[in-house]
Ligand binder design. Structure first.
Ligand code: DLL
Length: 437
């Protein structure tokens, strides 16, 4: 361990045997607590014929039932709440696109654990009490704003809680207050960068910005490289979900291509989403989390739908907490187009190989009686955009070739003017699927 490490980061380096013993002890407390207080969990355990005392080793966790988003919807609002209301301190909800939201009541200590996760991520990124942190994630039911806010405050940073939107004002405050770190979705930062350019603000020349704390949506390595190139900042990845905490379940260090999971709070497993078997470290599958310390709404084996892998190699930074691969896709955002399985992130990676293309695109799917129609709208960069049909056609062909080569599909491609596709202050939506079901 380096001597100048932030004390907040101390648990990151815990000896592995100690960590595993701690995880087992926490699980042996959590499972009986959940069994006693959450009828759905008890019923599922009874149906499977498994009792809390059957958890003798960490491997035994695999005997216990999974929890899913539909459970939270079905049991809305309080069915999975394990603590009495007098102990509940905060609600967060995640809306999804249809139906009831999910609701996660939390105790004061649950919020503390979540805060610890965010603060440890930020410390790992090199953010300190000297930093001025602008939180441009949405505040409110979404966990991004308050999560980043509490984490940065815990580290002793000066926090500027702008929330999402009002982009010109965000840029003015960033400049005037000497903001050094910004927290927002990567897609919103790209929008912010475009507006800054229009206002004649150069991040390198006119601001002190050094760090971006980006998450809440998948973003490819290509987008990350683009962000760093246009702004000169270091783009850090932060991962999390409302059901488990919010941001700060995992984050990247300077060495890993992936994210350290704060395993002392959140126990990760990877499962095969079809057979539901636990996969060994090193294999890709669906990420599953168990909250080890939460008491408001604990989650046992929660299926995230996010695709990842727990890496086998020990990270060079010395942290003992396992590294999960960056999340580029979810099991439920895989598209099947003309019989080909494709994730939006694969399309994004193809587009970013063409330098004249800006990082803004929209996938639109529709269908006739007999076939799928796949259209792709892509913005070109401001420097490239021109009235020359021949020049645009050359770029269009390069985009088509890149997609054909990597994903084997030939969408109808429209190159559109810079700034014409929708932008988002929060999570960006890049797929419109109007096909008949
Ligand atoms: O998005 C929490 C969060 C806020 C994380 C701010 C990071 C920063 P939900 O709205 O519940 O919570 O959405 C959770 O977003 O299951 C992933 O599919 C996706 N996601 C979150 N972080 C990342 C990331 C917040 N770094 C869902 N990379 C998760 C890729 C991410 N996907």
């Amino acid at each position: 361990m380096t001597p100048d490490i932030n004390p907040i980061s101390k648990p990151d380096f815990m000896p592995v045997e100690e960590l595993r013993a701690m995880q087992l002890a926490k699980l042996q407390k959590l499972i009986p607590y959940e069994y006693e207080r959450v009828p759905l969990f008890r019923r599922r355990c009874d149906e499977k014929g498994v009792k809390p005392r059957d958890l003798v080793t960490l491997k035994d966790l695999a005997k216990f039932p999974f929890m899913k988003k539909t459970d939270l919807r079905d049991e809305y609002p309080y069915g999975l709440t394990a603590a009495p209301m007098r102990e509940i301190n905060r609600f967060h909800c995640s809306s999804g696109t249809t139906g009831k939201p999910i609701c996660i009541p939390q105790t004061k200590n649950d919020v503390k654990i979540w805060t610890d996760g965010v603060a440890r991520c930020m410390a790992m990124y090199g953010i300190t009490a000297d930093d001025v942190v602008q939180v441009s994630y949405g505040y409110g039911l979404f966990t991004g704003g308050l999560g980043a806010h509490y984490g940065a405050e815990e580290l002793g940073c000066a926090v500027l809680p702008t929330g999402a939107g009002n982009t010109e004002k965000q840029i003015m405050l960033m400049k005037d207050l000497g903001v050094t770190a910004i927290c927002c979705t990567p897609s919103y930062f790209l929008h912010l960068a475009t507006v800054a350019e229009q206002l004649g603000v150069d991040f390198r020349r006119d601001t002190k910005l050094k760090h971006g704390v980006f998450g809440a949506e998948p973003w490819t390595d290509e987008i990350r490289a683009k962000i760093e190139a246009i702004s000169g900042i270091t783009a850090h990845d932060i991962y999390g979900l409302t059901e488990i905490a919010g941001p700060g379940v995992a984050g990247n260090c300077e060495f890993c291509h992936g994210m350290h999971v704060w395993e002392d709070h959140f126990y990760p497993e990877i499962i095969d989403p079809d057979t539901l078997e636990v996969l060994p470290d090193g294999e890709e599958g669906e990420l599953v989390f168990t909250t080890l310390d939460r008491v408001g709404t604990p989650m046992v084996r929660y299926r995230t739908r996010d695709l990842s892998r727990l890496q086998v190699e020990q990270c060079k930074c010395g942290r003992t907490m396992r590294v999960m691969d960056r999340v580029h896709a979810r099991t439920d955002d895989m598209l099947i187009i003309h019989g080909v399985n494709v994730f939006p992130s694969q399309i994004e990676a193809c587009l970013m190989k063409v330098p004249e293309i800006a990082p803004h695109y929209m996938i639109e799917l529709s269908s006739t009686e007999t076939m799928d129609l796949f259209e792709l709208k892509v913005e070109v960069t401001a420097e490239t955009f021109s009235d020359s049909v021949a020049a645009m056609e050359t770029i269009r062909k390069r985009v088509a070739a890149s997609i054909k080569e990597i994903v084997g599909l030939s969408p109808k491609i429209y190159l559109v003017a810079p700034g014409t596709l929708p932008r988002s202050q929060g999570k960006i939506k890049r797929v419109i699927d109007n096909r008949r079901k």
